[in-house]
Every structure is written in structure tokens, then in C-alpha cells.
Design a protein around this ligand. Sequence first.
Ligand code: PRX
Length: 657
Amino acid sequence: MSQAIESILHETRLFPPSPEFAARANVSGMAAYQTLVDRAQADHAGFWLDMAHEHLTWHKPPTRALDESNAPFYKWFEDGEINVSHNCLDRHLDTQPDKLALIFEADDGKVTTITYRALYHRVCAFANALKAQGVKEGDRVLIYMPMSIEAVIAMQACARIAAIHSVVFGGFSAKSIQERVADAEANTIITADGQFRGGREIPLKKAVDEALAMGGCESVERVIVYRRTGSTVQWHEGRDLWWHDAIAGQPEECPPTFVSGEHPLFILYTSGSTGKPKGVQHSTGGYLLGAVTSMRWVFDLHPNDIFWCTADVGWVTGHSYVAYGPLALGATELIFEGIPTYPDAGRFWKMIQDHRVTIFYTAPTAIRSLIKAGTDLPRQYDLSSLRLLGTVGEPINPEAWMWYHTVVGQERCPIVDTWWQTETGCHMIAPLPGATPTKPGSCTLPLPGIAAAIVDETGHDVARGNGGFLVIKKPWPSMLRTLWRDPERYQATYFPNDFGGKTYLAGDGAQRDEDGYFWIMGRIDDVMNVAGHRLGSTEIESSLVANPLVAEAAVVSRPDDVTGEAVCAFVVLKAARPTDHAEAKRIADELRNWVTQQIGPIAKPKDFRFGDNLPKTRSGKIMRRLLRSIAKGEAITQDVTTLENPAILEQLTASAY
Ligand code: PRX
């Protein structure tokens, strides 16, 4: 950690918002920010109750914000009654029915738009279709869809009838679907025949069929299939149903099911450091409030903005800032089916130009890959519509920040570097662009009502400038409520007794500088961050060990120019260690394909190293720190005297495949 602290402390550049930007911002100037912070500090629950009344439309407004009686199982707005889809659609029908809600650009460039009124009717029709199929309040619905208007409709329709959705990223494998269906006991799957990405057609329904054939998915009663690619799919009569047949004849009005503020809105699975993925469970009222306040504060949303968050609905960013937050505020947003480098690396810039995007939100990994593809490419497009840029998912290195600022933002647009997590539901630490002066590489200051701090192992605040554990000291409305059917793991992971049992442990290391700005230093556990997405080393190791060739495996990450971190696998084969390069390469490729099938391409190790054994302490623990040094190609300076078999270091350092 100390090295990271030193390097970031050299960053002294400061970028205050321009007076023009500040003048029209929702939160204008640091004094306005401080007023909100002070209000929340004086009365935490009261502040959030005011926000909930001000920003959400309740069927029955809550009388009380926070119930702490069963901490850390906090409850927010429990006696309020609300529906998320009602907030996203119905409340705009009188004021702006003809405003565009979604602008969808397909992989091939074809554009489809939909107004608020039309979206409302389509969500209602699909919600009625789900009801007609027997989907009820509280049922789990797994969504495995391409980026599309229909994906948003599927999520909104679930919210409308108070079914709990669990979206699985379209890049995940059949095995991942099977695990999530089994854990959530979903009775319905909504998918598509396939999707287009980068000019290629990728099947989706096939993965669902494979998942359901694996067993453990007996809860599934129906699979609804949206026809996207038109390719042939296998059909299971009695179980499978086309989307267009399901909605045929369904009324385009469907009264929303109002639920308690605490009703679960969705489960989203995310990697943990040990064992199976965690089913992060979010609420209805508190979650929506976080999405809405952060849209206003951090994205500074105004009525005529064209908002574009490039995240897929399979990630939390695509929940809060594609499916819910922008619609709740009545924004016009762009959604995109394809990838940033197809047909060429100018795609994002062309789309910003064509749709006159004003707010653009993406991940550092995308920025780095586009820098690599051509630093000058953005200059070939008219990016004058942009007024605000954002990043999320991992620390952005100051060089990439400066490029984003100068070349994309043309030194005109503030950058909001937003720190948050699947578990936090919405932005937690981020600049308010009309107030906070930014520093390249820092996510700056906590949002109003967010009690972020940095503490040592004993839970005590560390001195400014020292690194430590990033924690949130008070509950906040959009926090996860539990892990699906695993309250013990929720408590042990996020509210460990070492920190007093009521402080949320984020799992990231961080430090604060002399101005109180936060600098995130990365994960403190064995979770890797590849291309802005968390991957647990255990999951990848388990998948490797499940391959018949593999006896033992350990997975660590190393820095990578484009993806931030790359996965490196250290493998002991059941047969002899391959000494022939061609043979080693062939096995490495075979194992890469295996992990792709088991988990998905994102988890595929970049490097493979083979040894007769793994470096272990005498008590049998794998020396991960040592593996990290080898993966980075560093000289080994650590004490290796406790190593059981020093000779294997030579084998592991020799070559990567
Ligand atoms: O390590 C932090 C990193 O991403 C983790 C959360 O990952 P996930 O739940 O997949 O959600 C990603 C999108 C919200 C965090 O624990 N992270 C996220 N944003 C930032 C970040 N690291 C540094 N700076 C950020 N802005």
C-alpha cells in the first residue's frame, strides 16, 4: 500500500468547475455542497427522510426513515409504499409523454427510439404478460438479455409487478446462469435468441438451454425468448415462449403493485473472495432514492440532457444508471448494443456526435483501450455537445484522466470519478461537478449523507495521509439489505465484529490527503478487478481445478495496460509439467477455453505458468504475495526461507503462456 500512497501524493493538479458550469448546476459551489453535508450530519435519518419525500413519488409516504433495531440488518422507509416503475414511467405521463426515454443504437448502427408514453405502454403490456404466465409478487425472474430496449422493459416490468429480477450479464456462461438460477430459485427466465456484438452473432438462448440441462434448476417453469437475431433456437414445448406471443393481446395498462420501501427490488450476483458468488439484495425505496439523488448531484442532470452510461444492464451500473436512475428523472438516455471498437475505435465518439450526448459515463478500461487505439481519434468528431464526463469501476490513472479531460472533454467538461460498488447501490464518493474541484485520480469527497472514513485494523480512524480500510460508518438508504438467503455471510463480510459490527467494510484500501480527498488503492482481499469488474480468485481456481488435466491452481492478478488487471494462473497438472513450449501453449489455450465456458470470457486467464508444485509455506498456505511478484515479472525480494520447495520458483518464473 505504501508505494501507491507515495505515487498518488505527487498529484497536485486541481481542476475547479468553470463559473458557467457552476452557475447552472443542481448543487452550485462548495458552500451549497457543505450545506447538504451539514444537514445530513446534524440529522442523518431526518435528512434522508426529507430527500425521500422531495425526490420520490410515494403511494403512501414513509413516516420514518431508518430502523436500526436489528443492525446491521437496517431498514429504510419501511412504512412507505412505492413502486419503482411508477416512479420511472407513470409520473412523467402528464408532464412529458412525448419526450424520448430511450435512444437505442444497435451493433450495426440502426437507431430505434421510444417515448415515455410508448415505453409505459410496452412495460405495462409485458408486465401483464408476466402476470398472465403466473409470475407473482416476490417471485424471482432471471434476465439474460442483450443491451436492448427490451432488457429495460423486462426489468421495469418485474419492478411494476414487484417480482424480483436477477440480471445475469450476457457474457457469462451457462454454468454461471445455472448457479444463479439455483441460488435464487427463479421460476422464470427472460432471454433472447442471441445478440450482436462487434459484427458477430452470439447465442444466448443456447446458454440458457445448457444451464437448465445441468440440473438444480427445477424451479424454472418458463423461458420467455425475445427474437433479436432471428437465428434458429432449440425449442422446449411447454416451457419456452416467444416474447411477441406472450404480449399478444395484453392490455397496455397495468396498475403498479405498490410495496413497502423495504421490498426487494433485485438480486445481483457479484464475486466474493471465497466460495460462490454473492446474491446482493437491494431494496425498493432506499435504492431508488440513492439512484435519483446521485443522478441529480453527481450527474447534475438537467431536462434537456442526453445521458449515456455505456454499462451493460448485467452490472450494477446498468441497473442504477441505465434501467432506473435516468428514467426516474425523466431523462433521455442512449443505450448501445455493441462494443467501443466496432466498426472502429471511433464508435463512441461518433455516437456522441450523432446523438448530441451531453453526459458520458464509462469505465477506465474503455478509456485506456481507446487511448491505445488512437489518441487523436476523438478529434475527428464533433464532441461539442458534451458537458460532463464520468468514470467508474476502478481507479483511473492520472494520465488517462488527463487524456479524457483534454482530448474528449476539450478542457471544458468536469470529470466525475465515481467510487461505489454493487453493494452500495449508487455513487458514494464522487465530485459534485458544479462544486468540487477535481484532482486526477481521486474520487474526491463523499456524497451528502454518506459517512465514508478510513480506519485501521482495529476500526480507529487513521491520520490524514495514511492508508487504511475504506468504511462507511452509518447506514445509507441504497445499501444492500442482505445476501440472498445468507445473512451470516452478509454480516461476516460487510459488518465484521473486528470493526464493531455496525461499520460497513467496503473491502477497498484507500487514503485521504490533506484536503480530505479520497484516493482508492484497490482491493484488500483476493478479489481482482479486471476491466472494471470484480472477479473472485476462488471462482477461477475452482473452475481450473474442475478440468480433468489440472491437479492444483492458484490465480492472482497483475497490472495490465488495458484491462487494469489481468488474470494470471499458476497451474500444476496431473500429468508431468510440460517442458515443450508448443505443448505448454496448447494446454494453456485449452484451459483458457475451459474457463471461458465455465465462467465467461472475462475470467479467462491471460498468462499461464506451470510448475511441479505451487509455492507454499510449511503450513501449506499458498504464498500469494510471491505469486503476485512472479506474475508482475518482479525480482523476488521476499523471504522465501519458509518455502517448502524453492526449486519450483524457477519453473514458475521461466515462461508464461
Ligand atoms: O475496488 C473498487 C472498484 O470496483 C469495486 C466495485 O466493483 P463492482 O461491485 O463490480 O462495481 C463496479 C461499479 C460500481 C470497488 O470495491 N471501484 C469502483 N469504482 C471505483 C473503483 N475503484 C477506484 N475508483 C473508482 N471510481
